[in-house]
Design a protein around this ligand. Structure first.
Ligand code: NAI
Length: 805
């Protein structure tokens, strides 16, 4: 069989330009592929097409659907593209005029309506132009994979499988790859590698059963929540409060999520399982809930129809208000908040296991506790019954639920957190049928599905084989596992230095929100000393939710409010000297930020020799939002970048652009977008696979080391000086006159201009980095004394949002 390898899949086609087709096409373009996006030819003209004198034969009418989908991409929220210009990698067409184009691509993804007849006849047409070697995959949510390609040639079926993306494809990690018994193992392996390495997704290989893994269990969980919610007489808000973050699941919880998915779509999915199921109890659970049928019959489909379990209405004061459905009367009423000791206990508890134990155990007889236990218990038992049916391993089921439904813990991880033996004893006492394999596993003396030994996770292997070591790709470095294995080199309460092997260490932040405070700064300075003495190089990365949300403002605000200016200065100097110790380190340093990387987080990356961005990195010097300027070296680094970009030429245009970025607290919308806001240096780059960022950063450190690393020389920075400052300040002034910024914004802008232009230096003068740091410090101190800056800081601390005053 002729077979492409991952790197040679450069051209793709997506058929169907609806919600998923457009999202998948965008993400393939994100990965650098050239994409042909096709849809059906419209049967009627739109009024505006008629007005423009177009006919059904006009090319722009015939390819209208796909063209419109591409046009929407730039504006859609959340943005499907890492950068709007990536839409240029997509060519729109239609299935009649451009069908032959399919013979020129390496991968064809089908994402048309969820109808077996439509998909089958489409694949027949695809095969008429199919070139052997091209892989074909369907994005079906749960149709039979084998039935879709019945009647196709052996060769075509060998090249065919499902790649089930979750919505929205750019943001949801899961892709279920579902081969049939005909799919060539190389094709499954190639699709897996493509989705993981090129698209940055997490792949789980599933079996060809209705709705595959995540939707099967997720849908079951929703039906059970509805059923138990009605049984215990809970309101929609109560059920959502209990099945949301309190249970380690997203805020959309159950009913809000159903409104987003569409109640009609859910019924469709439910029918699909029931019709294919051979299990009587399952068929009963997957019966259409009368309540859902009633809602759908009355046109209440969820958000797309203006309401479902919730609806948004205009309040008396003109703002929008949310109402929720009364499950008995089916009338809407104002949404109420849900409180009580059980909810408080779950909120206060640490980790998902702790939260769920609090829900169930705080007041076990309470209806909230009973409801929580019943919904969880049934989901665990259902998942256990499907091991071997929908997936080969419990790890795959756990991953699918975490990546596809954003659960913090998969069912088997949660089961462990509840205590396997204890919860099974309770299930048995309540008369539940616990799958035989679970009882055997416990009888063999095993107290959990997973266990960690010396930093390695072992998992129930099935077939009487005991535990087996969990397989991790060499590209995935788990800092938690390394710490478990005793590889911590040094540690403060908020940061650790961890041995990654090959004489490279990783500095990990682990404070609350990974905000930078004194403990992290101390760790940075100690790291610099340690690395210089004993290691080949340093990675700065962590596996927190965000890389770093900035400096810890609380201490700073307290000192400022008390007028402790010496203390404030000490904090800034410590910040600056810590970052400088990284910059001056005589060993290579690579930073690998991910997700939110703001303010001080950016300042911790900029001293590195190279930054490797994850695709989802929201990177920005946002200090002006709290009434300050970057003073941990950030303003200085911006001046350094402007000078570097100017070479020997005019600094001003480069300075203007960077000044705008910092003054307006611009933040990138992706790793690729960092270039647009001007904070990417020539040596920095993006990798598609966030999971591989630490391994990739380690490789980069070793490469720099092997290339004969010499530390960055003490830079003299050419600055725009007095005249450059005047230009920047003129810009600030005109924004103030135009009413676009406040007086306080202007004050901050003017101080920032002073620092970034190099103060009162002569135009083109060369200054030391320390001189710029001193300017930063002076400006920062004076801003800390401003009432309005203090107001901005305290507003940010109490609401998490910037105050514009
Ligand atoms: P959609 O309704 O937004 O788009 C369907 C597309 O199919 C439209 O562009 C339509 O013009 C095209 N189409 C209709 N009839 C056709 C025909 N006879 N031949 C060729 N194309 C035709 O649907 P959506 O949501 O994008 O779903 C597409 C596929 O993705 C379905 O198989 C669905 O089950 C699956 N899916 C949907 C998810 C979601 O959240 N919406 C999530 C994961 C999978």
């Amino acid at each position: 069989m002729s077979m492409n390898r991952t790197g040679t899949v450069r051209r793709a086609a997506v058929i169907g330009s609806g919600v998923m087709g457009a999202g998948i096409a965008a993400h393939l373009a994100n990965a650098g592929m050239r994409v042909l996006l096709l849809d059906v030819v419209p049967q009627a003209l739109l009024p505006e097409e008629e007005k423009r004198g177009l006919t059904l034969a006009s090319p722009q009418v015939r390819s209208r659907l796909a063209q419109a989908a591409v046009a929407r991409m730039a504006k859609a929220q959340p943005a499907p593209l890492y950068e709007p210009s990536f839409a240029g990698r997509i060519t729109a067409g239609n299935l009649e005029d451009h069908l032959a184009g399919l013979s020129e691509v390496d991968w064809i993804v089908e994402a048309v309506v969820e109808r077996l007849d439509v998909k089958r006849s489409l694949f027949e047409r695809v095969e008429s132009v199919w070139r052997p070697g091209t892989i074909v995959s369907s994005n079906t949510s749960g149709l039979s994979v084998a039935e879709m390609v019945e009647g196709r040639s052996d060769a075509f079926r060998q090249h065919f499988a499902v790649t089930h993306f979750f919505n929205p494809p750019r943001y949801m990690k899961l892709v279920e790859v579902v081969p049939t018994s005909d799919t060539a193992p190389e094709v499954t392996a190639l699709l897996t590698a493509l989705c993981e390495e090129r698209l940055g997704k997490g792949v789980v290989v599933a079996k060809d059963t209705p709705n595959f893994i995540a939707n099967r269990i997720g849908t079951y969980g929703m039906l059970v929540t509805l059923e138990e919610g009605l049984r215990f007489g809970l309101t929609v808000e109560e059920a959502d409060t209990l099945t949301g973050p309190a249970m380690g699941r997203p805020k959309t919880a159950t009913f809000r999520m159903l409104d987003l998915v569409g109640l009609d779509t859910l019924l469709h999915v439910v029918d699909n399982v029931r019709e294919k199921s051979t299990d009587a109890a399952e068929r009963e659970t997957f019966a259409r809930p009368p309540l859902l049928e009633q809602l759908v019959a009355s046109g209440r489909l969820g958000e797309k129809s203006g309401g479902g379990f919730y609806r948004k209405i205009k309040g008396p004061k003109g703002g929008s208000e949310i109402e929720s459905l009364d499950l008995e009367s089916l009338a809407y009423r104002p949404r109420s908040s849900v409180k009580g000791p059980i909810i408080d206990a779950a909120k206060a508890a640490k980790g998902t296991g702790g939260k769920v134990r609090a829900l169930i155990g705080t007041d076990p007889k309470h209806k909230y506790a009973q409801f929580a236990w019943q919904t969880i218990k049934r989901t665990l038992l259902y998942s256990a019954a499907l091991v071997g049916v929908i997936a080969d391993s419990i790890t795959d089921i756990d991953k699918a639920m975490k990546w596809g439904f954003s659960w913090e813990l998969g069912p088997f991880e949660l089961w462990d957190a509840l205590g396997l033996e204890k919860s099974v004893a309770r299930m048995k006492a309540e008369g539940d049928a616990v799958p035989e394999w679970v009882l055997t596993w416990i009888a063999e003396g095993n107290g959990s599905f997973y266990k960690v030994l010396e930093g390695k996770r072992f998992v129930y292997a099935g077939g009487g084989g005991g535990y087996a070591a969990e397989e991790l790709s060499p590209d995935e470095i788990s800092l938690a596992a390394l710490k478990e294995a005793g590889r911590t080199v040094l540690r403060t309460s908020d940061a650790s230095l961890i041995d990654l092997g090959d004489d490279v260490v990783c500095l990990e932040f682990h404070s609350q929100n990974n905000a930078i405070g004194g403990e992290i700064l101390t760790a940075i300075r100690r790291t610099a000393e340690e690395v210089s003495k004993n290691w080949r190089g340093l990675v700065i990365a962590n596996d927190g939710r965000n890389f770093c949300v900035g400096a810890n403002l609380l201490l700073l605000l307290m000192e400022a409010q008390n007028g402790e200016w010496d203390e404030v200065e000490d904090i800034i100097r410590m910040f600056q000297s810590s970052m400088l110790s990284i910059k001056k380190l005589d060993r290579p340093v690579v930073a690998a930020p991910h997700r939110m990387t703001l303010g001080g987080g950016v300042e911790a990356c900029l001293p590195a020799d190279q930054i490797i961005f994850s695709p989802e990195t929201y990177f920005g010097l946002v200090e002006t939002g709290v009434g300050l300027i970057p003073a941990g070296g950030g303003s200085k680094e911006a001046a350094v970048m402007a000078a570097a970009r100017a070479g020997g030429g005019d600094i001003q245009p480069h300075l203007n652009a960077l000044f705008e970025t910092v003054a307006m607290a611009k933040t990138s919308t992706s790793g690729f977008d960092v270039g647009r806001i001007g904070l990417k240096r020539p040596q920095d780059r993006v990798i598609m696979r966030q999971d591989a960022r630490i391994a990739e950063a380690k490789r980069a450190v070793l490469e720099l080391d092997r290339a004969g690393y010499t530390p960055q020389p003490e830079a003299r920075v050419r600055v725009a000086g007095r005249e450059g400052k005047a230009v920047l300040r003129m810009g600030v002034h005109s924004l103030l006159l135009g009413g676009q910024i406040s007086k306080h914004d202007a004050l901050i802008g003017n101080k920032l201009a002073h620092v970034m232009a190099g103060g009162d230096a002569a135009p083109g003068a060369e200054v030391s980095e320390q001189y710029l740091l001193d300017l930063e410090c002076e400006a920062f101190l004076s801003l800390c004394g401003e009432r309005k800056t203090q107001d901005r800081m305290s507003h940010m601390l109490s609401t998490g949002k910037p105050l514009r005053n």
